[in-house]
Design a protein around this ligand. Structure first.
Ligand code: S3P
Length: 183
């Protein structure tokens, strides 16, 4: 399952929460990009521009899709990944569900600013409030093409994870540990 949506939508937090409750593997595509390239997303943008980053993003997504086995996996995509036609086509071809985490643009902006101030999260495309809003409006149509839209308005991460699990009827994978069986 792929989580899509704008910067600050909560894709990574919700993905991690879903991974824990379902015993599914969680992966953030941006982390894979950084590993493959040996530099941070911000460094890729600085050295190779947005086009260089998009190439790296597409290559990482290809790798990831080639690796997907039968087990449950949750992947958080960066805010621009699903907007790119070549990525959207790969995802469609995979047949796996894509979930758009929706939120009001003012809320997204507030979250990104808090994350930048409190955790030093660097987002090369954050821009000004006006640029952020414009980019969001431009992209929202693409996000709506996801298989499912989930509103994150006034919901905690756990409540959003509940909504996704219930709507898709997802089941936890039973994992075995040495001492016994745990579900
Ligand atoms: C981007 C969003 C970022 C990251 C990169 C580009 C975008 O991910 O992939 O900075 O184009 O919106 P988050 O959505 O996790 O912030």
């Amino acid at each position: 399952m792929f989580l899509v949506g704008f910067m600050g939508a909560g894709k990574s937090s919700v993905g991690r929460a879903l991974g824990e409750r379902l015993n599914w593997i969680f992966e953030d595509l941006d982390d894979r990009i950084e590993r493959r390239e040996g530099r941070s997303v911000a460094e890729i943008f600085r050295a190779s521009g947005e086009s260089g980053f998009r190439r790296a993003e597409h290559d990482a997504l290809r790798d990831l899709l080639a690796e997907l086995g039968g087990g449950g996996r949750i992947i958080a995509l960066g805010g621009g990944a699903f907007v790119e036609q070549n990525n959207a086509a790969l995802l469609k071809h995979s047949g796996l569900p894509t979930i758009f985490l929706d939120a009001a643009v003012d809320e997204l902006w507030r979250r990104c600013c808090t994350q930048a101030q409190e955790a030093g999260v660097e987002r090369p495309l954050l821009g000004s409030r006006q640029q952020f809003r414009k980019l969001y409006q431009h992209r929202r149509r693409s996000y709506r093409r996801a298989s499912l839209t989930i509103s994150t308005r006034r919901r905690t991460v756990e409540e959003i994870a509940d909504a996704i699990t219930q709507t898709l009827g997802l089941k936890a994978i039973a994992i075995r540990v040495e001492q016994g069986e745990v579900e």
